[in-house]
Every structure is written in structure tokens, then in C-alpha cells.
Write a protein that binds this ligand. Structure first.
Ligand SMILES: [Zn+2]
Length: 259
């Protein structure tokens, strides 16, 4: 699949239903109202100056990215950013030892409670993005509520890192809705980040189940959904990295994958 075809596929997939995963609750048929949200947040203007603050390539991407180009021998490990910092530091240590950089979508309230993790994450070359302020079911929210959830997390990222980050992943839904995409764009994220591989780590199965779930479905260009704060993810990671290496798939950040 060439880059143009991949972009077209990614755009089409934006409207598809999916099942499973903590961020994979069945999507709603929410449609944008076309009017200004009645619940326009009291926080004022968006946290960023608008689109263009994200990845250099973001403007060329569709409103939702599900996979990277299939002709690249690379994949992106993407993490729901929330959970016990002790477990998270163990995971970061494994990634660091392996020289692997990942993309972490932080929940705003978690970020506020764990500001000490920001520096180790960024210093290791990982990228931090937005996963809403409270990780609620954003697909069921009004435009105004969705904006507030995205914007509040963006403000935390901006104050802690100087940037809102390149990526926004909606909470409790694998795919974005038109309402979510519109509000994400308002805050400064022209592209919503989905995924095509669900590791199932959030269900806390045996580590071998996580490894198998990924290795059975991963392809070149895949974006893999994983979670901070689950010990199984830590335990499975060395075998997972070895499996990807065995397939010749290099883990990179989303920004690098879609570049
Ligand atoms: Zn999540």
C-alpha cells in the first residue's frame, strides 16, 4: 500500500465500528450539530494557537489515523497514559534498555498527579499526547463537553511540557466521531489517533495472551494499543519486543511512523 492509499484507507476507517479495548467501546452515531455548542467551556479559548502545533506532517494526514503506511517495516507502540507510577517506571526502564521510543497518550488528571514522570518520559525520546482530562466516554458527550475534556488535558500538557503534543486519542472509543474530530481540531489536533491492533493488556490476561494478541494481528505500519499501569504489559514487553524484532518490525513513535 502506498502512502496515498494508506491515507485514503485511514480516512475511510474513521467511520467504521469496532469492538473490544478500553478505548474501543462501540462508537455512537453522533453527528455534529453544526451550531456552536451550548456548553461552550468557561476555560476560554483553546489551549493552543490552533492547528499546526502538532507533528510537522499532521496537515497532510486524514482526520483520523488508524495505521501507518503498510510498506514500512515499522510499527508504533501507543499507550493509554494512566496508572501506578511504580509499574510505569518499570515499563519505561524496559523500553529504555531496548532503545525503544513510544507514544503515550496521557489522561490529564493522571498527568497532574504525576508531574515527576514527564521529564523521564520526554528525556527518553518518547512523545506525550492527549487522552482527555478524565477518560470518560467522549463519544457520548455534547460538543461543549468534548471540547472541555480535550482542552483541559491540552492545557496540562502545555504547562508541563511547553506543547499540547502532536496527537489526541479519544477516550473509551477506538474511533473518533465527527463531533470528536471537530472539537479536537478546535483545540489544535487536526488528526485523531486510533489503532489497528488491540493488545488486550487492559483485561489483565496472562502475558502470553498479550503477546499472541499482538503478534497474530500486527502488520507493517500497525499502530498498537497498550496501557500503562498494568503489570502484564511490563511482563509481556520483552517478549513482545523480541517478537516484533523477529518479524523485522521496528517500534517507533507515531510521528516517526507516519512521517
Ligand atoms: Zn484509554
Amino acid at each position: 500500500m502506498d502512502r496515498r492509499e494508506y491515507l485514503r484507507t485511514a480516512a475511510l476507517a474513521a467511520g467504521l465500528a469496532a469492538a473490544g479495548g478500553c478505548d474501543a467501546v462501540a462508537p455512537t452515531t453522533n453527528q455534529p450539530t453544526g451550531t456552536a455548542p451550548s456548553g461552550t467551556p468557561a476555560v476560554g479559548s483553546p489551549a493552543s494557537g490552533g492547528p499546526g502545533t502538532g507533528a510537522p506532517s499532521a496537515r497532510a494526514l486524514p482526520p483520523e489515523v488508524v495505521t501507518g503506511p503498510r510498506d514500512r517495516a515499522a510499527v508504533a507502540l501507543t499507550f493509554h497514559g494512566q496508572g501506578d507510577p511504580v509499574v510505569i517506571r518499570r515499563l519505561l526502564q524496559i523500553l529504555d534498555s531496548a532503545g525503544v521510543q513510544v507514544t503515550i497518550l496521557a489522561v490529564g488528571t493522571w498527568l497532574a498527579a504525576q508531574p515527576g514522570l514527564v521529564r523521564p518520559i520526554l528525556d527518553a525520546g518518547h512523545e506525550l499526547g492527549n487522552h482527555t482530562e478524565n477518560h470518560k466516554a467522549i463519544a457520548h458527550m455534547s460538543s461543549g463537553q468534548a471540547f472541555t475534556e480535550i482542552d483541559a488535558c491540552a492545557r496540562r500538557l502545555k504547562s508541563l511540557t511547553g506543547s499540547i503534543g502532536a496527537w489526541f486519542r479519544p477516550s473509551q472509543t477506538q474511533h473518533s466521531t465527527p463531533t470528536i474530530r471537530a472539537q479536537a481540531a478546535r483545540v489544535g489536533y487536526p488528526t485523531c489517533l486510533s489503532y489497528d491492533v488491540d493488545s488486550l493488556d487492559y483485561t489483565d490476561p496472562a502475558p502470553s495472551v498479550v503477546v499472541k494478541a499482538v503478534m497474530d494481528t500486527v502488520r507493517p505500519g500497525s499502530i498498537i494499543s497498550l496501557h500503562f499501569g498494568h503489570q502484564v504489559t511490563v511482563t509481556a514487553m520483552p517478549q513482545l519486543l523480541a517478537g516484533l524484532h523477529g518479524r523485522g518490525l521496528r517500534p517507533v513513535t507515531v510521528t516517526e511512523l507516519v512521517r
